[in-house]
Design a binder for this molecule. Structure first.
Ligand code: ADP
Length: 415
């Protein structure tokens, strides 16, 4: 079955086509700056050695991006061929989306009218993400009328978190009526970490207790026991946990009431929580760890900026440390601490600082492996005497979406 995976951002659209179950990638594409006349389009078909990039493309809406992808997918020169023949739209058996959340549908679901209505119901919890996906799914349904569509909800891996860790100390009615509870996100990423480490385990059960640190523009820490999520630092929304690039992370709820009572408008508060918080808010000048690390070393920045960058980095490492400590206790120990996503894969300094923050658990980094990790893929970076292994696992969320989509539709076909 050909499974197309699509990732939608507010201004971007990504595509990756897999032949399942062999997991052979057939082509991939990316449209950036959707909603503008200055779109950028990348397409790559590794098998036919075809790659193209276009700048200044008019992509007023998602359907224009989908149309552009379809024309290269079906093109005689650059398109995908199956058994020597050009593919047709109807050969795409299923489309999987890395959807975020839907009320009452937390796993992997066919995108029926009910599931789409449930995404709409929780639009206020993830306004940007759910808004983008609802629009994109509608456009895909027009472009691929025969393909089945699955939502691989970002909450799916966390449905195994026990209730006592899900519940906030709120009136129980809020949970029953509105579903307010810790849902957890970044499922595709953490589940990939668990599957990848455990795949090489050869039945040794070496990786029973994993703490997975997805550190990127959005960050979350996950406790994994025997391959299942048992806790995640995100909460009901993607707003919780460690500070993100622009979002605050964990926050005492009374801060919000206090600010509103002090005259702050709802819009200002929302902007502080979503755009002007996190690394951006703490540093005051950048949400990107590369800038903050440079500034913290005093490179080309004023002493005030250097100071603020150091502070932002200290707050970030402390927040990660808190979750590692909590999850160490919840897991009853640690077999592997894993780093993934933009920061986790690319920042030796932050990996080293985070590992050092967990030194009381006996973990230690192999400096040489840590510093020369770039471009080496999945890599062990712990010292020989470290009490738990430290790993870098490059993120591959698309393959999880493809696997889950394939599983869903082959299971329902067999039933
Ligand atoms: P997302 O998909 O959530 O936007 P990514 O996982 O791509 O994020 O991570 C992007 C972030 O990774 C950047 O904002 C930056 O903070 C961080 N990053 C990327 N490269 C480096 C690097 N070499 N050193 C430190 N941080 C990096």
């Amino acid at each position: 079955m050909l499974v197309l995976v699509s990732n939608a951002g507010s201004t971007s659209l990504k595509f990756k086509l897999f032949d399942m179950p062999s997991e052979r990638p057939l082509c991939e594409a990316r449209v950036e700056r959707v909603g503008s006349g200055e779109g950028i389009y990348h397409y790559q078909n590794a098998e036919r050695n075809a790659a193209l990039r276009e700048d200044g493309l008019a992509v007023p809406g998602y359907s224009d991006g989908i149309r552009r992808f379809l024309s290269s997918l079906l093109d005689g020169e650059s398109g995908v061929r199956l058994d020597g023949a050009a593919i047709r739209i109807e050969d795409v058996g299923a489309i999987g989306f890395k959807t975020v959340l839907a009320k009452g549908y937390y796993a992997v679901h066919e995108l029926s009218a009910e599931v789409l209505a449930a995404m709409e119901a929780y639009r206020p919890v993830a306004p940007v993400h759910n808004g983008a996906y609802l629009e994109v799914i509608a456009r895909f349904k027009e472009a691929f009328p025969r393909s089945r569509m699955a939502g691989v909800f970002e909450t799916f891996f966390h449905t195994t978190i026990p209730l006592e860790r899900r519940l906030y100390g709120i009136p129980y009615e809020w949970y029953r009526r509105y579903g307010v509870s810790r849902l957890g996100y970044h499922s595709a990423s953490h589940s990939y970490v668990a599957q990848t480490l455990r795949a090489d385990d050869e039945g040794e059960k070496k990786y029973r207790r994993i703490i997975s640190c997805h550190l990127g523009g959005s960050c979350s820490i996950c406790a994994i026991l025997d391959g299942k999520s048992v806790d995640n630092s995100f909460g009901f929304s993607l707003q919780a946990g460690v500070p993100h690039a622009n979002r605050t992370g964990d926050l005492d709820p009374y801060i919000m009431l206090f600010l509103l009572d002090s005259g702050m408008s709802m819009n200002e508060l929302r902007a502080g929580l979503e755009k002007n918080g996190g690394m951006m808010g703490l540093s005051g000048f950048s949400n990107d760890m590369r800038d903050l690390e440079e500034a913290a070393e005093g490179k080309g920045k004023t002493p005030e900026r250097a100071e603020r960058a150091r502070l932002a980095l200290d707050v970030f490492v402390t927040a990660v440390q808190r979750y590692i400590g909590q999850y160490y206790a919840e897991l009853g120990g640690l077999d592997a601490l894993v780093f993934t996503a933009g920061i986790g894969e690319n920042s030796p300094r932050l990996r080293k600082r985070i590992a050092a923050s967990a030194a009381c658990f006996g973990v230690s980094v192999d400096d040489s492996a840590n510093e020369t990790a770039k471009g080496r893929g999945k890599l062990l970076i712990s010292a020989a005497d470290s009490a738990a292994e430290l790993w870098i696992v490059p993120a591959n969320e698309e393959i999880i979406v493809a696997r889950e989509t394939y599983k869903l539709f082959t299971k329902t076909e067999a039933a």
